[in-house]
Design a binder for this molecule. Structure first.
Ligand code: 2AM
Ligand code: CA
Ligand code: CA
Ligand code: CA
Length: 270
């Protein structure tokens, strides 16, 4: 079985693991601040993915939010970038609206992207240059709509800081309206389904965006940082995604400025 089909089966199996595990007791801890939560289920699911991948492909490497691959500093060979639960606050507070997100790269090039909405049992998947799908159905790119007729997904709590808020607020004010669903991966999935027209984040990590950028990239959507640069695999960055036209309309609001980069590097709060 190839990596793509193995990944599709694995992510669904990991979703079942979460569904079962969440009905039992689990511990909730905080990480960088009291609102940045992690549960035993996040950690155990990452361990589950890690063990299964290495059992099947011992030479592959894995980077995960909950600690795997922290020593990886090059992109040679096959790298799986995994977020065991994207939307941990939704997992804890709502018991739904969270996803597993996986991006697989070979020698730094995208190979496949997988997002599994565990409670809806919806699998979004794409293999590079082979189209993108929701379960068995092919997804299609939506026609561009300008910002003033668009719903745009944002994480409001993270753009309230003075150094960043002006361009973000301008874009939000111009949009038809803004939405915040609490899971970057599911927001990419909504872009893939045509339910929102764009998403913008001041800071995300590769496990938040690699699965989603591969899936939406297959459909013709463009994903870069706020200055239009390609997203890195081994460090965090800002993220703008949408049809190429609205993407360029949005990044036109950001002028490159060193203080924003410095602020970005120091930005750890939720
Ligand atoms: P998580 O649930 O895996 O932590 C919420 O708008 C989105 O931002 C989620 O995808 C969430 O991923 C992510 N997120 C949460 N805390 C973050 C942090 N400290 N830095 C960057 N992204 C974060
Ligand atoms: Ca987290
Ligand atoms: Ca995440
Ligand atoms: Ca996570």
């Amino acid at each position: 079985m190839d990596i793509y089909n193995f990944g599709k089966e694995l992510i669904v199996e990991a979703g079942r693991f979460i569904e079962t595990r969440m009905t039992q007791n689990f511990q909730i801890d905080s990480k960088s601040n009291p609102n940045d939560l992690v549960t035993d289920v996040d950690k155990e699911t990452e361990q589950f993915l890690y063990a299964r991948i290495l059992e099947r492909f011992p030479e592959h490497r894995i980077i995960g939010e909950e600690g795997h691959g922290e020593n990886i500093s090059d992109t040679d060979g096959v790298i799986w970038i995994v977020d065991p639960i994207d939307g941990t606050l939704n997992f804890v507070h709502q018991g739904e609206n969270f996803a597993i997100s996986i991006g697989v790269f070979i020698d730094g090039e995208p190979y496949c992207g997988l997002i599994y909405d565990c409670m809806k049992r919806d699998l979004y998947h794409a293999k590079y240059k082979s189209g993108a799908f929701l379960n068995e159905s092919a997804l299609h790119q939506a026609e561009n709509v300008p910002l003033n007729q668009s719903l745009v997904a944002v994480n409001p709590k993270r753009i309230l800081r003075e150094a960043t808020r002006d361009p973000f607020f301008e874009i939000m004010a111009k949009s038809r309206s803004v939405r915040s669903y609490g899971s970057a991966a599911l927001e990419f999935a909504m872009l893939a389904k045509g339910q929102i027209s764009a998403l913008m984040f001041f800071k995300l990590h590769p496990w938040d965006y690699t699965g989603g950028s591969i899936i939406t990239g297959e459909l013709g959507y463009k994903t870069t940082d706020i200055y239009g640069k390609d997203l890195p695999l081994l460090s965090s960055t800002s993220v703008i995604s949408g049809n190429p036209e609205i993407h360029s309309e949005i990044i036109g609001h950001f002028t490159e400025d060193k203080s924003l980069h410095e602020f970005h590097d120091a930005f750890h709060d939720l």
